[in-house]
Design a protein. Sequence first.
Length: 222
Amino acid sequence: MPSTVLPIVVLISGSGSNLQAIIDAIDNQQLNAEIRAVISNRPGVKGLERAKSAGITAIALDHNDYDDRDSFDHELKSLIDSFQPELVILAGFMRILTKDFVEHYEGRMLNIHPSLLPDFTGLNTHQRVLDAGWDRHGVSVHFVTNELDSGPLVIQAEIPVLSDDTAKSLAKRIQQQEHIIYPMAISWFADHRLSCKNNQAFLDNQPLQQPPRWINNKLEQA
C-alpha cells in the first residue's frame, strides 16, 4: 500500500451501514484511508452514532434549516472543504446535488446505487426489478456527475433473483454486496489505481469501458 493515507469525508442520511463497512475496512487495514468527518443532512441518525463510536468527527447539517437547495449545498461544500478531503463518499446520502456542488468535486466523489446501472436509476429498485421479472440484480459504484445515477461506473456486484425473493430480501442481500465493493472501490482510489478524467473512469491507467463485476465472491473483469 502507498504510505500516503487518503483523507475522505463521508455523507450520510440514515443508518450508515456502508459507513460502518468503510470504518471496518480501515480498521482491518484493507483500506488506506482516514475518515476526517461524517456529515448527515438528517440529525439523530444512527450513522452519526457509528461515527462517534469510532472516534470520527460527526456533524449534522439539517437541510431543513436552509431556504433552498443552493444555499444548503453551498454550506455543505464549505463544511466538507474545511476537512480537505481528496475523496467524498456518498453513503446513502438522500439528496439531489446541485450542478455547482457536483462540478466542484468532479472526479473525486463516489456514490453507490442499488441496481446494475444504467438500469433502474432512481428509487425503489428492488421492487422494480421484481416487477420487471428480471432474474438478476445488483449494485453499482460510480463517480458522481450531474446526471442522476449515470456517472462513470467503477465496479458492480451481481446476484441472482430467487423465486421467493421479496423487495426486503433482495435489499438485504444487495446490502451485503455493497459492504464488499464500496470499500474495494475506495481502496483502488486510495492506492492511485482508480481515477476519473473527462467523464471516463480509469483503472490501472486503462479506461473502464465495462466495470469489473463481483460475482460469487470473486472479481470478474469485463
